[in-house]
Design a protein around this ligand. Structure first.
Ligand code: FAD
Length: 452
């Protein structure tokens, strides 16, 4: 009997347990549903469409439908006379809620729901303490996660047969360029390149936004055009060449899995403080405070007068991607220097990032804001100038994204106020004084009874 394979965050054909499960049982209808609640004109959606278009080359029976999955999925099953819907389990709050509703509609129609695998190496919710409890802190989670069994990638189905049903056209994506790997072929090629030439230096260089030292696979991992099991399996088969870079890379994958696990157990943490120890903290609210609204706009536009922050915010707008070190510094600037509650920044990131992922984004923000899982410090306050001098020592990253400072040589690009002149006229003065705002942040924490 025909099985519908409803593809969501698993836009690939290789290492795809749900696709294998369906294809070994009979003909399939690979289905992508463009859910109007999730599709907007964002870089994330552009990348998604690009990956779907590429997938159609590999699965020529791929069907695209637009609408609410609660209506669309049962309707496609009826048209194809399908007896089952195969999925990779979805773990976000919205995805879980939606899937429960679709399952119910399918059950009423007598269609089976078969979930095989998830977008993670270990399905969120599975890594537990010996007492069977969830982990709240990263390091013990990562230890237990590394000890969890991860099955080998399955072989691709020997043969795929299709049941054909009508497909809608995919919306045009224009001529958008994708500065990071998006499709399965791009992701696999980038991974091989990174694995062969770059991973050895990853531990040393991963904090340098002026170097291309990280994998840039976050968008492909988000879309599921490559699966973390594939990466871990390739790394395991290189066990003899374990390096600091390999270990560090596995740790970064563990952060992605940890944050998904936290969101699984605490769906509310997507948009609210995970810990309530900073409940009642004094923030400057852009909704009611005109100065805070101005500050938020300047931060979003990359016009704070702090070059490292501005370079990051402009990279985000130009490419839909930002280097991890700069994500931390820009997030710290919004929350600690401008005293704005982290969800305002998280929303802006999610709107612009190609790799925008609820779990990694909201918990990355909470890590910086001090409201999240991190046992350490709400008083971690990054200095935007010294961070720039340390991680972009020649100013190359700043000059790449802030053309007004392109004439300033070397590290001078980080402190344009020390080099006044007609050239820097187009670049804004600093909107706040970092030293003063750092103290203000510490005072506000102290008023909450939180002393460093
Ligand atoms: P690499 O350094 O090559 O790392 C390999 C993979 O490990 C990444 O692709 C990613 O999947 C995972 N990873 C690496 N660092 C982290 C981390 N700190 N947390 C979780 N996973 C990690 N990552 C997202 O994928 N989506 C987001 O929306 C997102 N928002 C963030 C917001 C903030 C404020 C911060 C501080 C971090 C955020 N991150 C997010 C994590 C990290 O910045 C990106 O995953 C990373 O920059 C992607 O680049 P890369 O693929 O070259 O990473």
């Amino acid at each position: 009997m025909t099985g519908v394979v409803w593809l969501r965050r698993d836009l690939r054909v290789r290492d795809h347990p749900a696709l294998c499960a369906a294809a070994t049982e009979g003909p399939i209808v690979p289905l992508v549903v463009l859910d109007p609640r999730l599709t907007q004109d964002s870089p994330r959606f552009q990348s998604y469409l690009h990956a779907v278009r590429a997938l159609r080359e590999d699965l020529d029976g791929l069907v695209v439908r637009v609408g609410d999955p609660r209506d669309v999925v049962p309707a496609v099953c009826a048209e194809a006379r399908a007896g089952a819907v195969h999925v990779s389990a979805e773990v976000t709050p919205y995805g879980r809620h939606r899937d429960a509703a679709v399952r119910l509609a399918l059950a009423r129609a007598g269609v089976e729901w078969i979930a095989t695998g998830s977008p993670y190496a270990v399905t969120p919710g599975r890594v537990r303490t010996r007492a069977g409890m969830p982990f709240h802190v990263f390091t013990p989670f990562a230890r237990a996660w590394r000890d969890s069994p991860v099955p080998s990638p399955p072989d691709p189905p020997a043969r795929v047969r299709y049941t054909r049903v009508v497909s809608a056209d995919l919306p045009e994506t224009g001529t958008a360029t994708h500065p990071v790997p998006v499709t399965e072929a791009q992701a696999r090629a980038r991974w091989q390149e990174f694995l062969t030439d770059e991973i050895a230096g990853y531990g040393r260089d991963r904090d340098r936004p002026d170097h291309e030292a990280t994998s840039r696979l976050s968008t492909a991992l988000k879309l599921g055009s490559i699966h973390p099991r594939t990466l871990l399996s390739d790394l395991r088969s290189r066990a003899a060449t374990r390096s600091d870079g390999v270990e560090r890379f596995i740790t970064e994958l563990a952060w992605r899995e940890f944050y998904a696990d936290v969101l699984w157990h605490h769906p509310r943490s997507a948009w609210h403080d995970l810990k309530d120890s900073l409940h009642g903290m004094q923030y400057d609210h852009p909704e009611t405070n005109p100065l805070a609204a101005q500050h938020l706009s300047a931060w979003q536009a990359g016009r704070t007068g702090y070059p490292f922050v501005d370079a990051g915010m402009r990279q985000l707008r130009a490419e839909g991607w930002m280097h991890n070190r700069v994500r931390m510094v820009t997030a710290s600037f919004l929350t600690k220097d401008l005293h704005i509650w982290w969800p305002h920044g998280a929303r802006h990131f999610l709107d612009l990032l190609r790799d925008g992922d609820l779990a990694s984004n909201s918990h990355g923000w909470q890590w910086v804001a001090g409201t999240g899982t991190d046992a350490a410090p709400y008083f971690r306050i990054f200095n935007p100038v010294t961070q720039g001098l340390r991680f972009d020592p020649d100013g190359a990253y700043v000059r790449r994204y802030v053309p007004e400072l392109a004439h300033l040589p070397g590290a001078a690009a980080h402190e344009p106020w020390k080099h006044p002149g007609p050239h820097v006229a187009g670049y804004p003065p600093r909107i706040v004084d970092h030293a003063a705002e750092r103290q203000e942040a510490l005072d506000r924490y102290a008023a909450r009874g939180a002393n460093p």
